[in-house]
Design a binder for this molecule. Structure first.
Ligand code: PGA
Length: 259
């Protein structure tokens, strides 16, 4: 099962995951990171930013999880813009080495296959950062997504559109479609790191970590992966039946093991 690490706050989660990414990049300067957008991964990017200078990230390659369909890439809330602003620029990544799925109408029919080919050509993702939606989605794989799914166009649920309305002038401006790495794509990354903070994520986390495998809770796909780390604050951990066991396990973890 996944290793669950319960931390005091999002900043501590950011430090923990950034330290793991640092270990990876020191071993492999051209490591391939799977990048998530949304509020959750921001503490990881902030903790990495504090390492810039001491840690060279210019050869790191990146693949974003998803993108809105039909939103101008220059729009400030396109994931292309968000990844540029929150990850590429502050961390000094080479923009030519960081890809985001193409949500443009002209190429949308083959954009999923193109993205899959690019990930394969890069040798696959070494470490995939993930958030989870209140409806249990990872990437934009909404409830009902096949565990075998590949990068493709999906329709956003109204719950996701309403969750993301805070980034737009109104909910009417939130796109209805997205292109997202599939659950099958995500499961091929060598290490999954799922983060969640706040009580609004507690139900989705409990279902993903301890609930039955179900396409209706796409985050439960992490149970199929041999190397998943779930990093949560106390609020997001509050509905986990085995929370004490996870605390005990982490407290007694051998130093050499890493995440
Ligand atoms: P959030 O989104 O990090 O902004 O809460 C998570 C998600 O929808 O995957």
């Amino acid at each position: 099962m996944a290793e669950v690490v319960i931390v005091e706050n999002p900043a501590a989660a950011g430090e923990l995951v950034a330290a793991e990414i640092e270990r990876l990049v020191r071993e492999r300067p051209d490591a391939v990171l799977g990048l998530a957008t949304g509020s959750t991964p921001l503490p990881v990017y902030e903790a990495l930013r504090r390492r810039v200078g001491a840690l060279e990230l210019g050869r790191v390659r990146g693949f974003a999880l998803d993108e809105y369909v039909g939103l101008d890439p220059a729009h400030p809330e396109s994931y292309r813009s968000v990844i540029t602003r929150e990850v590429v620029e502050p961390l000094g990544l080479d923009p030519r080495l960081v890809r985001v799925p193409d949500g443009g109408a002209a190429t949308i029919r083959h954009a999923g296959d193109d993205y899959e080919a690019a990930i394969a050509e890069a040798g696959g993702v070494d470490l995939q950062i993930l958030g989870i939606g209140t409806d249990g989605h990872i990437g934009f794989n909404e409830p009902g997504s096949s565990f075998a799914s590949r990068t493709r166009v999906k329709t956003l649920t109204e719950q996701t559109r309403s969750d993301n309305a805070r980034f737009f002038a109104s909910i009417d401006d939130v796109p209805r479609h997205c292109i997202t790495q599939g659950l099958g794509t995500i499961l091929e990354a060598r290490h999954l790191v799922l983060l969640a903070f706040g009580e609004q994520k507690a139900q989705a986390i409990a279902a993903a970590v301890e609930g039955p495998l179900s396409a209706m809770l796409p985050g439960s796909a992490i149970q199929l992966h041999p190397h998943t780390t779930v990093v949560v604050d106390e609020a997001a951990a509050s509905l986990l039946a085995q929370a004490d066991y996870y605390r005990y396990t982490f407290a007694h973890k051998p130093d050499w093991q890493g995440l």
